[in-house]
Design a binder for this molecule. Structure first.
Ligand code: 3PG
Length: 215
């Protein structure tokens, strides 16, 4: 089993956190942990991203990764801050190679057969299927898994409790990413109880996926 699978597969869910400050990220991670999800992908979409990764890493109770990584220097910033896995919206040779150099697992985005083949050529066998719903959803992903028996997918983008099971029931899906458990209003108002409630609901739904469906 490759490195990223051993990290993410047991959790089955990857909450995607876009934080405006390190303090906010720390609190959000606490709300996720309280809901049963000790993992957070911190996106590099705000100036606070690296500090947010460091703040979550310092908690000691959360597997912290960095997302929206599109350049090699961001890999360095994320890893230096404590990120233990890297997620990219697309498949970039520069990002993947820097991750290999830094010894950190990487999940590049791939949504077509050509992109999956590019990832394979770069030595990656687990990819982010992104944007999942806009790219044809679970049906499209299921079709894409057929020719790539050795590839594992983490679909992300437009996933919610309404369609979570459609993805988790695909044997090649290790985990599902998403931000639905961190709605913007709850984050803005500091309603961490709501984040915890939605997280616990997602964890319960994810657990209902039969283990026999995993590979
Ligand atoms: C991502 O960064 O992968 C997406 O923004 C997550 O998609 P979602 O917000 O639709 O869950």
């Amino acid at each position: 089993m490759n490195q990223i699978l051993s990290l993410l597969r047991p959790l089955r869910l990857v909450p995607i956190v876009t934080a405006e400050s390190a303090t906010e990220a720390h609190a959000l991670a606490g709300a996720l942990v309280a809901g049963g999800l000790p993992v957070a992908e911190i996106t590099f979409r705000t100036p606070a991203a690296a500090d947010a990764v460091a703040a979550v890493a310092s908690r000691g109770d959360t597997l912290v990764g960095a997302g929206t990584i599109v350049r090699a220097d961001q890999v360095d910033a994320a890893v230096d801050a404590g990120a233990r896995f890297i997620v990219s919206p697309g498949t970039s040779r520069a990002v993947v190679e820097r991750c290999h150099e830094r010894g950190v697992p990487v999940l590049p985005g791939a949504v077509t057969a050509t992109e999956v083949q590019t990832a394979l050529e770069l030595g990656v066998t687990t990819v982010k299927f992104f944007p999942a719903e806009a790219s044809g959803g679970a049906a499209a992903l299921r079709a894409l898994t057929a020719p790539f028996g050795e590839v594992t997918f983490v679909p992300t983008g437009g996933i919610s409790p309404a369609n979570l099971r459609d993805y988790l029931d695909i044997p090649a899906v290790a985990a599902v990413g998403g931000s639905w458990m961190l709605p913007a209003t709850a984050v803005r108002t500091g309603d961490w109880n709501e984040v915890t409630r939605l997280t616990a609901e997602a964890v319960t739904l994810a657990r209902r996926t039969p283990a026999s469906a995993l590979r």
